[in-house]
Design a protein around this ligand. Structure first.
Ligand code: CMP
Length: 138
């Protein structure tokens, strides 16, 4: 069925000038953009967004990285959006990402991995609401 996912183009990919190419891949794959903005997470925003990873050894690094520069946040709609977007972006570790995926093309490492994609329908709703007011989602 048609539903939504939430994505961020992470600070590495924004700094490297890949916003246009990544949005092109997303549109080319048939996703409809329902919300879109260039923004920057504060340290507190990043801590809250990644709260589920608070006990992981990489949490501090993740929070520092995600608040280090501008990101693009977006809500995407498509058939089976969460799962189909995760196939488009590829594995978290770019070394394991399939050929042609966004992470294979643009990610540098497991941390600086170019894009985020929600891991469930429930988290897609929570993450979209974290970044966008209702009237910003079309
Ligand atoms: P994402 O799936 O967007 O959300 C959790 C993030 O944690 C993940 O992307 C990675 O960028 C990051 N991450 C996962 N494992 C590691 C790791 N071992 N070291 C640094 N960052 C990691």
């Amino acid at each position: 069925s048609t539903n939504i996912t939430f994505t961020m183009i992470k600070p590495d990919a924004v700094a490297d000038g890949h916003i246009g190419a990544i949005l092109g891949k997303i549109s080319g794959a048939g996703f409809k953009i329902k919300a879109l903005k260039l923004t920057q997470l504060t340290v507190a925003d990043a801590q809250k967004f990644y709260e589920v990873h608070a006990e992981r050894p990489f949490y501090g690094e993740l929070v520092d990285f995600m608040s280090s520069g501008p990101i693009v946040a977006a809500v995407l709609e498509g058939e089976n959006a969460v799962e189909s977007f995760r196939s488009l972006i590829g594995a978290t570790n770019p070394a394991e990402a399939a050929e042609g995926t966004i992470r294979k093309m643009f990610a540098k490492s497991i941390g600086e991995n170019a894009v985020h994609g929600s891991d469930s329908d429930e988290n897609a709703q929570i993450e979209a609401a974290f970044h966008f007011a209702g009237k910003e989602i079309f």
